[in-house]
Design a protein around this ligand. Structure first.
Ligand code: F6P
Length: 320
């Protein structure tokens, strides 16, 4: 029987994490289960920074970005000795089960702890939308809204000055944020890990848009970690009709009040996590697939290939 559940947020923060913590807390308390917040991700397990969570502890956080528990990256958590230490701390504090909100690295930690006897459930929390076993992650919709709002603004000034705006968005090694932004903003080009990158092709395409199509401005959305966007903007200025300008949206994408969709997703996933733990289930992650809430073993999710976005790249091409 589960008497005390811990909840932690790990990896890069994402809007909606607070909504998930709130859901886990309120639903567990309403089931007569005690709840403990773990500060700063897995590091909090190591340092035993546990705080009891009551109904009121999670008031006024639903609409706030970030995570009030704090988050951290702890690569050392892969080591078994560290995991054993954390299990000892969890047991000493009477914590029987854990909800881990984070990315795939956090899922691996949750799986390791489950194997050591502490049932864990993973919830996908990241703006990157790169977690296997779900169509959507908590925070993606809000980050997308931030990207769209900002690119819309860049289009205003680009069109006034006949410029090409090269906008770098986050996503780690996943192109979803760039692709969805590009479609939503009517960008002229999108470059992601999935499209690949060829600088000569990019310049040729922009020359074509400037000379043959006579576009007076262009927006290029590019995923992070592909190329130096400042250098690319200079080459655009030198080699095309457009004057190039680079903008890196950066960590602004990780902040802001979560959208209603993210609040809903986080609340539904939080509910599912508590229900699974109450049934004595661990080592699973919650996802939303084809609009239905699902749960599957973490191991299975990690082995699943990433869902194809071919249809969306095709849509992008047909819209330009
Ligand atoms: O995983 C979320 C994310 O924002 C990625 O998009 C990005 O690559 C990374 O985290 C940045 O990490 P940090 O905030 O540690 O620099």
């Amino acid at each position: 029987m589960v008497r005390k559940i811990g909840v932690l947020t790990s990896g890069g923060d994402a809007p909606g994490m607070n909504a998930a913590i709130r859901a886990v807390t309120r639903i567990a308390l309403n089931n007569g289960v005690e709840v403990v917040g773990v500060k700063n991700g897995y590091r909090g397990l190591l340092e035993e920074t546990f705080i009891p969570l009551e109904r009121g502890s999670v008031s006024d956080i639903l609409d706030r970005g970030g995570t009030f528990l704090g988050s951290a990256r702890l690569p050392g958590f892969r080591e078994e000795a560290m995991q054993d230490e954390c299990v000892k701390h969890l047991r000493r504090n009477g914590i029987d089960a854990l909800v881990v909100i984070g990315g795939d690295g956090s899922y691996r930690g949750a799986l390791a702890l489950t194997k050591k006897g502490i049932n864990c459930i993973g919830l996908p929390g990241t703006i990157d939308n790169d977690i296997p076993g779900t169509d959507l992650t908590i925070g993606f919709d809000t980050a997308l809204r931030t990207c769209v709002e900002n690119v819309d603004k860049l289009r205003d000034t680009s069109s006034s000055h006949h410029r090409c705006s090269i906008v770098e968005v986050m996503g780690n090694h996943c192109g979803d944020l760039a692709l969805y932004t590009a479609i939503s903003c009517g960008a002229e080009m999108v470059i992601t890990p999935e499209t690949g990158y060829d600088e000569i092709e990019v310049i040729e395409r922009l020359r074509y848009l400037g000379n043959a199509v006579r576009k007076n401005h262009a927006i290029v959305i590019i995923s992070e970690k592909i190329t130096d966007v400042e250098a690319l903007a200079k080459k655009v200025t030198l080699n095309t009709e457009f004057s190039g300008r680079a903008t890196v949206l950066g960590h602004i994408q990780r902040g802001g009040s979560p959208t209603p969709s993210d609040r809903m997703l986080a609340s539904r996933m939080g509910e599912k996590a508590v229900d699974l733990l109450m049934e004595g289930i661990g080592g699973q992650c919650v996802g939303i697939i084809d609009n239905s809430l699902t749960a599957m073993p973490i191991q299975e999710a990690l082995e699943r290939p990433k869902a194809s976005r071919k249809h969306l790249y095709r849509l992008f091409d047909r819209l330009v």
